[in-house]
Design a protein around this ligand. Structure first.
Ligand code: BMP
Length: 456
């Protein structure tokens, strides 16, 4: 691989950057114009560019490559050939006949796709591509760009939680050209002044997340439909995790905050005085206040044992829980034993520091979740395909971590970054001196974050 500087000088000879006075699409007068398309006509240089871009991604994990149409298509193709990573193609517009697909190629929901862009200005074309790719259930973490015009696009994408790797910034390019006597001092100064004075272009970005109404239409499981209906009716996406040790505390909290929540999440094995009478009382509060009962059992055994744990023992979870959590560690069949009425939420990614649920684990957990009909969603800390509901614990407005490995985010952050569907709050509510007031605060901030998320 040649140096970046050598690469730039070779590309410059092809005429990829011109200096003068140009009117850009936005109407702005620019002293330079960049067009990287000529690189595709020089196979050696295109190959070199592909290696430079793959090098930027050497620490990333991805299953697919997709170029932003049209200029980045040959670059993405070269990267695919060089790395052996399958290519998918995003259409600029739908064919209007046949399948009307916007993404062509072979891919599976839950796979990770890296995006390739030639020049980034406002980030608008990239955001459009991201939307189409994520709509198909693919996950995007990394974006690789040849040239950043330093006009706000990279900032915008980073804000949205994507990693952006660029080969050059425009400032780097002009500095290198000046160093190689390809630009005069005056031209250099002129361009630098222009870069300093041009306003940051902000792309009008449409959010790719679906509304609760749209998600309800996609879901067929009654528990998924129900929790979404409650969310819409109560204007709440709050699940209270009542990790307390007596039935009295659970019942009291459920009664006090019941109007603000969509579900009470429980760890029933924490409770000292569990009884059938308690279950009857809790169910009655849940009916009256319209919330679901969610047992966070995190099943993680072979199917036969899980079935006994679910249906038997002291707690008879299958008799009363609307929702349960389960690990996927024992494989797909272990999840098939749960009654079809219960909504399963799988643990795809944990909130704790140094969790073992890495990218690969999460990917497999999502694949399994999509194959089991009563899995309605996952516990995770990053985006999921739209067919699965995202439940996010580790939410707290006042702390960023505890001393036992838990990490917290605000409701705004988990909606903005991960497009979550439900926030799970434990200590933030049940440990507070005024749980009712605090639950209202989380309900309000969760709902505002959701509204903001769908309105962008
Ligand atoms: P708290 O807000 O007090 O940290 O409580 C979070 C709740 O969510 C706990 O009941 C915990 O068991 C659960 N949880 C979590 O914190 N992280 C995960 O990854 C999965 C969980 O179920």
């Amino acid at each position: 691989m040649i140096s970046k500087e050598e690469f730039l000088l070779k590309a410059y000879k092809l005429g990829i950057i011109k200096f003068g006075n140009f009117t850009l699409k936005s109407g702005i007068q620019s002293p330079f114009y960049v067009d990287l398309r000529p690189i595709a006509s020089d196979p050696e240089l295109l190959k070199e560019l592909s290696q430079q871009l793959l090098n930027l991604l050497k620490k990333s994990c991805y299953d697919l490559i997709c170029g932003v149409p049209y200029a980045a298509l040959p670059m993405a193709t070269a990267m695919s050939l060089d790395s052996g990573t399958p290519l998918i193609i995003k259409r600029k517009e739908s064919k209007g006949y046949g399948t009307k697909k916007m993404l062509e190629g072979i891919f599976k929901s839950g796979q990770t796709c890296v995006l390739v862009e030639d020049v980034i200005t406002s980030g608008k074309s990239l955001i459009e591509t991201i939307e189409e790719v994520e709509k198909e259930g693919l996950r995007i973490k990394d974006i690789v760009v040849v040239l950043d015009r330093e006009q706000g696009g990279v900032y915008l994408l980073k804000e949205k939680g994507y990693n952006v790797y660029n080969l050059f910034t425009i400032e780097e390019v002009v500095d290198l050209l000046y160093k190689n006597n390809l630009l005069s001092q005056e031209e250099l100064q002129n361009i630098k002044n222009f870069l300093k004075s041009t306003p940051i272009v902000t792309a009008q970005v449409k959010s790719s997340r679906l509304t609760y109404e749209e998600k309800a239409a996609l879901q067929s499981h009654p528990a998924a439909k129900k929790i979404l209906e409650i969310a819409i009716k109560k204007k709440s996406n709050l699940i209270a995790s009542l990790d307390v040790s007596t039935t009295q505390e659970v019942l009291q909290l459920a009664e006090t905050i019941g109007d603000t929540i969509v579900a009470v999440k429980l760890h029933t094995d924490i409770i000292k005085d569990f009884s059938e009478e308690y279950v009857i009382k809790l169910k009655s509060i849940a009916n009256k206040k319209n919330f679901l009962l969610f047992e966070d059992r995190k099943f993680g055994d072979i199917g036969n044992t899980q079935q006994m744990q679910f249906e038997g023992g002291l707690y008879k979870i299958s008799d009363w829980a609307d929702l349960i959590t389960s690990h996927v560690i024992a494989g797909e069949d272990s999840l098939k034993i749960f009654d079809s009425k219960v909504g399963i939420i799988t643990i795809a990614e944990m909130s704790s520091s140094a969790t073992l649920t890495d990218e690969n684990y999460k990917k497999r957990a999502i694949e399994i979740s999509e194959n089991i009909s009563n899995v309605i969603g996952c516990v995770a800390q990053s985006k999921l395909p739209s067919s699965l509901l995202l439940f996010t614990p580790g939410v707290n407005l006042n702390s960023i971590k505890d001393k036992k490995g838990q990490n917290f985010n605000t409701p705004e952050k988990v909606f903005d970054k991960n497009h979550t569907d439900f926030i799970i709050v434990g200590r933030g509510i049940y440990k507070s001196t005024d749980p009712k007031k605090e639950a209202l605060k989380y309900q309000k901030s969760g709902w505002e974050a959701y509204l903001k998320n769908i309105s962008i």
